[in-house]
Design a protein around this ligand. Structure first.
Ligand code: ADP
Length: 419
């Protein structure tokens, strides 16, 4: 392993793993800290769920991940958080970055959530989401991490007792040597965390090149774009273009959808027009979950030999609102996630190994029901969604799609990509 990554949530981890894979690194994503031997890979992304837990817990989990990654050979550590810098005055970005710096016996790192391709740019330390300052974007009203200040030097400054500083755009645009000189100068001033401006994707390449000697880098998945080139220059990885194809698992394919996003509703409609499809009825499910799951499995299994099937809970906002009013938002969500996880388990028992799952939380429930501990990352199916192959034990080919990812034919494209 060359690059060891710690991601503060599951889909963010996949996003990062996808970025590294596309830039030629063989990457494996683990769900939590693996218990056994480290998978063979150039980069391992340990997915935690530490974004909004108490800071002390996030620190403890991140340190444990860091120690595991170092013990398994990681030469550089990357702490990945959201490109909208999701955090509060209590953390968890500052406390985790400080703890990782101490662990790595280092006194300087950068913080760069920029990803210009997806509209996240930083200018004079201020984070923009598309054309809006972070503090004017919908992140202002986020239920857990409301971002009311776009000045990241100030935001991060509240999360750490140490000094925070800035590498401004006028330096960044001069290229990697100038950025590296700025790091040295800031470090000499006792600055421990430097926000780095970036307004174009080429800035990320330069920041990556300037950061080759840092034991710790922190940022969004965008900043990872510039890292693989360093390892190629150092001859730690061969020259590769994109992802290698994953081994085939074969057999029938299934789509399970628990996402109610607009894109998913369109994908369900498109797929259901050409393939057998069944909706999960929340009222029936609440009454008798075991019988509902069993009858869906009975319906699905005999058809699998002739082609893929779709089972979905996805529904438009007015129907979701009715279900939530009846059962409560959380209870309804959990009940449906659990049912979809049980369906996946039941289908896996019938030797289904190719699953397309729609919904971030839904994917988490399925991955845990199938006891998946790690995912090998394959070619991209749609932006942000790679084909994956579960690692160790039974091997499942999985496409895990959250929210609004993918075009109208995503389900068909994903099944084609999962061989
Ligand atoms: P997304 O990635 O689109 O946000 P998630 O799976 O993360 O999808 O979240 C969707 C949530 O909505 C899940 O908790 C799921 O169980 C729930 N859900 C799915 N269908 C319905 C429905 N018909 N009524 C109410 N809740 C639903």
């Amino acid at each position: 392993m060359i690059l060891g990554c710690i991601a503060d949530d599951f889909t963010g981890a996949t996003d990062l793993a996808n970025t590294l894979t596309r830039r030629g690194m063989h990457t494996v994503q683990t769900i939590g800290i693996p218990k056994g031997e480290a998978p063979q890979a150039d980069a391992i992304v340990v997915a935690l769920k530490s974004r909004t837990i108490p800071a002390a817990d996030a620190v403890a989990q991140s340190l444990a991940a860091c120690r595991w990654l170092k013990a398994n050979g990681a030469k550089q550590i990357f702490f990945k958080y959201c490109s909208t810098f999701d955090s509060t005055d209590e953390g968890n970005i500052g406390p985790v970055a400080d703890a990782l710096l101490d662990e790595l016996k280092s006194d300087f790192t950068i913080a760069c959530p920029a990803f210009p391709e997806t509209g996240r740019t930083i200018y004079l330390g201020h984070l923009f989401v598309g054309g809006d300052l972070l503090s004017d974007s919908s992140m202002r009203n986020h239920p857990l991490t409301p971002m009311k200040d776009a000045n990241l030097v100030r935001v991060l400054g509240k999360q750490t007792p140490h000094k925070t500083g800035l590498v401004p755009y006028r330096t960044v645009k001069q290229g990697a040597p100038a950025i590296a000189e700025a790091y040295t100068a800031l470090r000499a001033q006792g600055i421990r965390h430097a926000i780095v401006d970036a307004v174009e994707d080429k800035d990320l390449d330069n920041i990556g090149a300037a950061s080759s000697a840092l034991p710790l880098i922190t940022g969004g998945s965008g900043i990872a774009i510039g890292l693989p080139a360093n390892y190629r220059v150092a001859r730690l990885i061969p020259k590769r273009e994109g992802a290698a194809a994953l081994s085939a698992v074969g057999g029938p394919g299934v789509v399970l959808s628990g996402s109610c996003s607009a894109a998913t509703l369109g994908q369900v409609e498109r797929f259901a027009a050409k393939h057998p499809a069944r909706a999960i009825d929340p009222a029936e499910l609440a009454e008798d979950p075991a019988r509902t799951v069993a009858s869906l499995l009975e319906w699905a299994k005999p058809q699998l030999a002739s082609g893929p099937v779709l089972i979905y809970a996805s529904a438009p906002p007015d129907k979701v609102a009715l279900v939530q009013a009846k059962f409560g938002r959380e209870k309804a969500g959990e009940m449906i996630e659990h049912a979809i996880a049980e369906l996946a388990r039941g289908l896996a028992q019938s030797r289904v190994k190719r699953f397309v799952i729609a919904g971030g939380e839904t994917s988490g429930a399925v991955v845990s029901a199938l006891h998946v501990q790690a995912l090998e990352i394959g070619p991209q199916i749609a932006p942000g969604v790679p084909a994956t192959l579960s690692y160790g034990g039974t091997r499942y080919a999985l496409a895990l799609k959250s929210g609004n990812f993918g075009g109208p034919d995503f389900f068909t494209q994903a099944l084609d990509a999962l061989s």
